[in-house]
Write a protein that binds this ligand. Structure first.
Ligand code: HEC
Ligand code: HEC
Length: 361
């Protein structure tokens, strides 16, 4: 006797199959990214590796208004670490930009001359790879590292010197008198101090796992970091954090998006300061960016895992929290905790070591 399968049984099997599809099919985020596709996406949007040799460095970094040379770089390095550039001889550039610790000071805000804090509670940005940026400072007010270097020497709360005092002080040191003559063919001037420091800063580039991945080593970064990198590209982070330095190429509004619910929430916030300022990120220091319009120079994300705390006022301690804020306010697509972890894993691949270019002049 023929046994027929009951139609209800068939239906039940079909329904069970349909319901279990999401479990049977690979989850979207478990998708295996093709290394080549990911690499091509990055390279084609200008996320490029840092050069390994001095000649390529020169091609990318040289400034026609301040040509780099071995002697100039060496002079700049000496000045970068020399405390004579500060009034009480206690501060050098490395006081706030420690090259071995991510190129910053790991403080919420910079502390300079006589223990004075930055009056706007500004966080020291990294000096590593900064020369790759299209403008310098949190509001992008200096065009390059040469122009920037004059700022901290003169700021009353940083090194607190006048250009004349710098020149007079260096002229009493025979070593500098000779070196400036050799490098610039002229006597010591404040302009040449800035230029020498700038030439040195142009060599402060770092390379790490991310660069090795971009150059073709598929095992240089983990699968998790690759998922984070894919998110960083596809969700639009790279729209602002781009270029060889992964940032520093433009001045952008922050926060880009605001939410009605956020403002309603703010009105009832238990934090009086937040209720008064109406905006959760500027209640420290009161710095509102370029022309007070919430425009900030996009930070460089190379070595970001070593440059906590984050944002212009150092208000955020955790990298994951900075990523969450960015996803919510800059791309309008708040990441899940898993996505945040993946993006953080990617950002950690941006850590690197100073290249230490073998300088052949
Ligand atoms: C007291 C701490 C302190 C000292 C000393 C100091 N800086 Fe800074 N540096 C900062 C702070 C804070 C900022 C951000 C200021 C701003 O945006 O207005 C900054 C910004 C920079 C930037 C801009 C980076 C970017 O991505 O925008 C560079 C480059 C830099 N400093 C180099 C130097 C050099 C060179 C010296 C020595 C001549 C120096 N700094 C001395 C605290 C310091
Ligand atoms: C529209 C431009 C824009 C987009 C898109 C954007 N950012 Fe940013 N990002 C900024 C600006 C501007 C700041 C600095 C804000 C400040 O300090 O007040 C910043 C700061 C950061 C910081 C803190 C860095 C530091 O040193 O303080 C991290 C980390 C970061 N962004 C990661 C991301 C990630 C991840 C994404 C994608 C989810 C993203 N950003 C998307 C413009 C952008």
């Amino acid at each position: 006797m023929k046994k027929l399968i009951h139609p209800i049984t068939i239906m039940m099997v079909v329904v069970t199959l349909i319901l279990s599809l999401p479990i049977l099919l690979p989850k979207k985020e478990d998708k295996i990214y093709s290394n080549n596709v990911l690499r091509q996406q990055a390279l084609s949007t200008n996320m490029l590796p840092i050069p390994q040799d001095y000649n390529t460095l020169l091609r990318i970094m040289d400034n026609p208004e301040n040509p780099m040379s071995q002697a100039k770089i060496a002079l700049g390095k000496q000045l970068f670490f020399d405390r004579v550039l500060s009034r009480d001889k206690t501060q050098n550039c490395a006081s706030c930009h420690k090259l071995e610790e991510g190129g910053d000071d790991n403080l919420p805000t910079a502390i300079g001359y006589h223990g004075l804090a930055n009056p706007f509670h500004l966080n020291s940005p990294t000096v590593l790879n900064a020369a790759l940026a299209k403008s310098q400072f949190w509001d992008g007010r200096a065009k390059d590292v040469e122009e920037q270097a004059g700022g901290p020497i003169q700021a009353s709360f940083e090194m607190n010197m006048t250009p004349k005092e710098v020149e007079e002080r260096l002229k009493t040191l025979p070593l500098y008198v000779d070196k400036f003559q050799e490098v610039f063919g002229e006597a010591i001037s404040f302009e040449n101090v800035r230029k020498a420091i700038g030439a040195y800063e142009r060599t402060l580039l770092t390379r790490g796992d991310y660069d090795r991945f971009l150059e073709g080593d598929n095992n240089a970064i983990s699968a998790k970091a690759k998922r984070g990198m894919a998110l960083f590209i596809s969700k639009g982070c790279k729209g602002c954090h781009t270029g060889m330095s992964v940032g520093g190429q433009s001045v952008q509004r922050f926060p880009l998006r605001s939410y009605f619910s956020e403002y309603v929430g703010l009105m009832f916030s238990p934090d009086l300061q937040i209720r008064r300022d109406g905006f959760p990120f500027e209640n420290i220091g009161g710095f509102k960016g370029r022309e007070d319009r919430h425009y900030f120079r996009v930070p460089i994300l190379r070595n970001v895992s070593k440059t906590a705390p984050y944002f212009h006022n150092g208000a955020v301690k955790e990298l994951g929290e900075a990523v969450r804020i960015m996803s919510k306010y800059q791309i309008g697509n708040e990441f899940t905790p898993k996505q945040i972890e993946e993006v953080v894993a990617f950002l950690e691949t941006l850590d690197g070591e100073l290249v230490g270019y073998t300088i052949e002049d």
